[in-house]
Design a protein around this ligand. Sequence first.
Ligand code: ADP
Ligand code: MG
Length: 253
Amino acid sequence: PERGTEVLGVADLRKTFGGLVAVDDIGFTVRAGEIVGLIGPNGAGKSTTFNLVTGVMPASAGEVRFLGQPVQGWLSRRIARLGLARTFQHVKLVHGMSVIDNVVIGAHLDGHAGAIQGALRLDRAEEERLFARARAAIARVGLSEYEQTIATELALGQQRLVEIARALAADPVMILLDEPAAGLRHAEKTALADLLRDLRESGIAVLLVEHDMDFVMGLTDRLVVMNFGSELAQGRPAEIQRNPAVLEAYLGS
Ligand code: ADP
Ligand code: MG
């Protein structure tokens, strides 16, 4: 899609767990070539919002549009095939497996075990194509020299980059990242921010959940702030930074 066109549109999105309203009528959009941050204190509903958008769990109500198409109620694999890729809050790399194999398997599987057989039955040409895409994605995140390294032996910041490579190998229109900077050292955060700017530059829509305020302030074009499931504010980082309700929610958490 052309830069500036809506990639993701969320309207009146709601999720209840028993009596708890985890996501309370949230609405926002993400456009091609834009980095949007979804922030808020722990328990605000950020990860749940991600799970609803990506079809990991069904919404109780509301609309999710991806590339103009309503996708609520779709299975995550089907949404992913339209070009929506994601990473998880906790790194999900396969132990004992190289970086390249993690990227190939991850890109092909979407994390669904049933497809392992499918991956093993690939014909030669298809396998070569998958590996070429994986190598390109690994190069894009700057890890080419570690292709054959066991992924879980890398530093945490590099493991996060492997996860992003796995998402990129699917050639997505949009990427969602859940707390990609958590636990990273300063230099690793800088490398991650550079990569995300790079993705934005190439026209990918980026939505990231992040707890680290400093990280999102310097990186995002727009912020959506949640608290107790509800939208607290939306706006440019500079506006959000001096929004009294946002400051209070963060100081009180
Ligand atoms: P955040 O990612 O902003 O920290 P979450 O989306 O993980 O917040 O959680 C929002 C609220 O929903 C929390 O109160 C959490 O305990 C609750 N919650 C999340 N997932 C579930 C679930 N599967 N079952 C019941 N409650 C859940
Ligand atoms: Mg979370």
